[in-house]
Write a new protein. Structure first.
Length: 334
């Protein structure tokens, strides 16, 4: 048994890249358990299909296989096209059920990484956002999970989207994931600054005040009678979201990164303890998973910001700027 394990480890460690995979071919839980108990441990001649394969074009373009030839960051439409090509409807609409539930429950246009502040008071905003963080993390992990999540099997679903450490200590999700700090920052900025400025600017009335005797055929003359204070309000209502987008867009990106990152323990935990905890959770065999940044997790909001800026550039932090701008401009969307 030890020789078989050693032989398998040597072959896996000599890989030049991660094999091409399709999430549609991922095994079920029963198949994973059977594979781990019989195939990987007892056979000395086990060969995992695709171990010696070269990275596919998709892997090279996205950097998933450890070999990245891309010269630019992937955009929303490129990722959408790739997901449709690989997984069709199943991948495109993955997570739509919890996403719709979350949107209806919190009256939001989409599953935003921003805190819930619309129509909230200072007494309800904290409880609402504590609940929202848990549901947000669950929804995001359902979307990015390589497994097929079945809502009809809730126990299996929770094992797949939450680590054993998170299931044993639910409150540690707020303590060690680092997601609570940017949420608190967003709540304070939105309720104490943005909403106050929006109230100071006031609603926009009719921007033009033409004479009452103007003829329909002379409607173009309406622009000759503008109400300049209303035009100033329109300009301020556009400039304010643009300014705060510069501040909040990186926060949205960081919250998304921290939400999908599993928590295996406090940052001070040793590497050996983390590896033991990871191996105790339900995971697909190595041939079905790409290497991720999970080996070097983000240690909170500040560490995530510094590493994204140094490793990927500032452009990554503003990848979702138009969603952030739209959410600040139309509060119900965000």
């Amino acid at each position: 048994m030890s020789q078989g394990s050693s032989s398998h480890s040597e072959r896996f460690s000599s890989l030049s890249g991660t094999p091409a995979i399709s999430r549609r071919n991922l095994p079920s839980i029963a198949e994973e358990d059977s594979l781990s108990q019989t195939g990987l441990e007892t056979s000395q001649d086990v060969k995992i299909e695709g171990l010696d394969a070269e990275p596919s074009a998709t892997e090279k373009n996205t950097g998933l296989g450890g070999v990245s030839d891309r010269t630019e960051s992937p955009t929303l439409f490129k990722i959408a096209k790739m997901v449709w090509k690989e997984d069709q409807l199943e991948g495109t609409f993955k997570g739509i059920v919890p996403g719709l539930f979350l949107s209806l429950l919190f009256a939001r246009g989409y599953i935003s990484p921003a805190p819930v502040t619309f129509l909230q008071s200072k007494y309800t905003v904290i409880p609402y956002n504590l609940l929202y963080i848990v549901l947000l993390v669950a929804t995001y992990r359902v979307i990015v999970s390589p497994h097929k999540i079945r809502l009809s099997a809730p126990k299996e679903m929770f094992r797949l989207i939450f680590t054993e450490y998170e299931r044993r200590n639910p409150l540690r999700l707020f303590q060690y994931s680092g997601i609570a700090m940017p949420f608190l920052y967003g709540i304070c900025l939105d309720m104490l600054v943005i909403q106050k400025l929006r109230d100071m600017i006031g609603p926009v009335d009719t921007p033009f005040n033409p004479p009452e005797d103007i003829q329909p055929s002379e409607a173009y003359k309406m622009i000759l009678y503008p109400i300049w204070p209303e035009l100033r309000k329109i300009a301020l209502h556009l400039l304010m979201p643009a300014f705060f987008t510069l501040i909040l867009s990186p926060v949205d990106v960081i919250v998304t990164r921290l939400a999908v990152q599993p928590v295996h323990g406090p940052p001070s935990a040793s590497t050996e303890e983390r590896d033991v905890e990871k191996n105790s959770t339900l995971m697909a065999p190595p041939s079905y998973l790409h290497l991720t940044t999970e080996q070097q997790p983000y240690h909170g909001f500040v560490d995530c910001f510094i590493r994204i800026r140094s490793e990927e550039g500032m452009g990554t932090l503003y990848r979702s700027y138009w969603l952030t701008f739209l959410g600040i401009w139309i509060p119900i969307v965000r």
